[in-house]
Design a binder for this molecule. Structure first.
Ligand code: ACO
Length: 320
């Protein structure tokens, strides 16, 4: 049977770094509040020339480079984003153009902060079915463009950036690759976290609104059960997990899940302190960082999880 191997990793963060102290100059907040409630100390924010497509394309170039492949080798581009540059064409198609691709196909996936897990699962299904061999899976987000910069309860939490992986089909026996993915959504909790202002609704704000405390309440339980589900599906246990690469929304949520897994902090990849919440970009950015600095090694069992607006949530279990 075919499996999807993760063969390339890339990340892109815009140049501009904004500290908590800088936000505190124009908002009633403090470095202390943001750090203790979320673990965030700073975030990267886009400049006028950065777009979801440009950042996604740059992360993709770096991932292709890592894999030793070129855009000519790619059959499909999946972009997870809740902040596309345009209603259409899809960001994925803009990324294809930026990479000089005329072959293959691309489309976007909208699952808010869980988007990367949903996109990874989609790409994996295309590869397993034999429809494609090589895929780019990208999370790219410009949440700074959907923030209400007067609302201290949301604008301090998010950052911009993009991350990418290259998936490649393998027919070889062995236990490497994406072992399983698990997706969930529950629209009855849709009003806990949303952005209004669809195309043709100029009266809407277009800003992100979140009942933070309620989302938090859902997070650890749903993420833990999705992690359990992934391990059970493979007959593995917590002790088998080498690395947890969680969505980076809040250090307290990350620590809550790690505690349930009985995983020490050294086995959890954390970027939320420096990146804040980059939504669908957070998991591939964290993965890229930990692979490139040598923490995550070939053969390691990596567990990814995320929860976001929808509500959507899920996990992916991968043997690198
Ligand atoms: N600075 C100072 N004070 C603040 C700030 C701020 N930036 N923001 C809120 N406060 C105040 C509140 O007004 C409140 O004051 P009150 O008690 O007088 O009413 C107090 O701080 C506590 O607020 P809470 O919301 O209860 O704080 P909490 O500990 O829950 O932390 C947070 C808030 C960080 C938002 C947390 O609830 C959280 O991380 N939630 C989950 C977010 C998440 O995971 N989202 C999913 C992914 S995002 C996506 O899919 C797009």
């Amino acid at each position: 049977a075919k499996r999807s191997l993760l063969v390339g990793f890339g990340g892109f963060l815009p140049d501009r770094v904004v500290s908590n102290a800088e936000l505190a100059e124009r908002l009633e907040t403090s470095d202390e509040w943001i750090k203790t409630r979320t673990g965030i100390t700073r975030r990267h924010l886009v400049g006028p020339n950065d777009t979801a497509a440009s950042m996604g394309a740059e992360a993709a170039r770096r991932a292709l480079d890592y894999a030793g492949l070129t855009a000519d080798d790619i059959d499909a581009v999946f972009v997870a984003t809740a902040t596309p540059d345009q209603a259409f064409p899809a960001t994925a198609v803009r990324v294809q153009a930026a990479l000089g691709m005329k072959q293959g196909f691309g489309f976007d996936i909208t699952a808010a902060c869980s988007g990367f897990i949903f996109a990874l699962s989609t790409a994996d299904a295309f590869i397993r079915s034999g429809q494609i061999r090589n895929a780019l899976v990208i999370g790219s987000e410009v949440y700074s463009r959907i923030m209400d910069w007067e609302d201290r309860t949301t604008c301090v939490l998010f950052g911009d950036g993009a991350g990418a992986v290259v998936l490649s089909a393998s027919d070889e026996p062995g236990d490497r690759g994406i072992l399983s993915t698990h997706l969930h959504s529950d629209g009855t909790a849709g009003d806990l976290l949303y952005v209004d202002g669809a195309v043709g609704q100029p009266d809407k704000s277009g800003h992100l609104k979140m009942s933070g405390r309620d989302v938090f309440r859902h997070a650890v339980g749903k993420l833990s059960s999705s992690v359990d589900e992934a391990l059970e599906a493979e007959g593995l246990s917590y002790a088998d997990v080498d690395w947890l690469v969680p969505h980076q929304a809040n250090i307290r949520i990350i620590e809550g899940v790690a505690k349930k897994l009985n995983l020490p902090a050294e086995r959890v990849v954390v970027t939320v302190d420096r990146h804040a919440n980059t939504s669908a970009a957070s998991v591939p950015l964290a993965l890229d960082e930990a692979v490139r600095d040598g923490r995550i090694q070939k053969g390691d069992l990596v567990l990814m999880e995320a929860l976001g607006g929808g509500l959507t949530w899920g996990s992916a279990l991968v043997r690198l």
